[in-house]
Write a protein that binds this ligand. Sequence first.
Ligand code: PLP
Ligand code: ZN
Length: 427
Amino acid sequence: MSHVIGLKCRECGAEYPAIIQNTCYECFGPLEVNYDWDYIRDHISKEKIASGPKSIWRYKDLLPLESEKRIDLGAGFNTLHHAQRLGAALGLDELYILDESVNPTNSFKDRVTSVAISKAIEFDVKAVGCASTGNLAAAVGAHAAKAGLPAYIFIPATIELGKIVQMLVYGPNVIAVEGTYDDANRLASEVADSHPDWAFVNINIRPYYTEGSKTLAYETAEQLNWETPDHVVVPMASGALLCAISRGYKELERVGLVESADVKLSGSQPLNCSPISCAVQKDSEVVPVRNYETVAHSLAIGNPADGYYAKQAILSSGGYAASPTDAEIIEAIHLLARTEGIFTEPAGGTTVAGLKKLVESGHIQHDERVVVYVTGNGLKAQDTLLKSLQRPPVIKPMLSEFEQLTAPKLEIHKHEAVPLAHAHIAQ
Ligand SMILES: Cc1ncc(COP(=O)(O)O)c(C=O)c1O
Ligand SMILES: [Zn+2]
């Protein structure tokens, strides 16, 4: 007896066994994991979760693994910070941040990858792989190393150097493709088709992979004493993360762990590559974007696989979508760092900038309990951030030089009550 029945088509409901497959043979709709909800309801409890491991695997009863063999680097169980200073800066009474920058490879992608590669082991595959905008590559590299499996990783050649360095260190086969993420993804899909015993985490085993992100909803509710927030803000690239968080809250209600899954979902994408946000704002179809350039490389997907469903999830929840500019994204990275001490990459900047815009436009109310998912670490995007900072002044190691450097600025501070800009402080 297992809690997993198999796979099921999201469109026509056709059922399949739990195999390596992502598309319905009947209607080409996407497949998702089909669970036995009666079985889960009988076996899950808050106490059982509380006594589980301090990682995503405390929610194993809601994840698609059938064996106990896991590739676990410790993803998840991250702190939900009460962001009082950022909340005050934005005019929000109750704001929280789930900080994903502290995962094993420093993004939320460790959650989906831990689930996907554990499932790949169940399928006894010969290799794993992915197409990635940067963060998934590091997560797959690390988890493949832990599993002792070869990995094939396809990336657009133009992503941040910090991300390329990190992924290479784990020793996978990294293939940098001339073109966009969508070009890299197309090639990876062809490779997956021609190697049926390789598992590409975001392609042929995508139904299992996306399940990992549901744990963000579970973790949020658990840290709010099994209550749900009023409104969440989620970064979007393919839209899979937002859809998974939406499912996660609904499932908690379904198994009786929370009273209500009435959570508004809002998304954010960088203006220069915002097919889902655009569709939400215009209530139109998701139109793929072909040529795009943005500092938010990890969110730069022009043809989002889950765009249609992300738009539906947003609009049916009563949420909305934002599309901040690159300048607003960088500004938001600084704002988050200076108010909450969390250093995020442009994906997190996009989310915080999106939050700011949604508050300003009235789509998020001041008295709502809001949770923001900050999904990646700023240390991976230092080349982008350096352009927005001044290098620290260099002085001789003498007190007089220090006094000379700071005295006039301290004067200004005293008389005009202007805070010293962060870039002026020697670091
Ligand atoms: C840091 C970060 N946040 C958010 C996302 C968006 O994820 P999704 O493609 O599931 O929408 C990505 C995707 O690569 C990412 O790297
Ligand atoms: Zn179907």
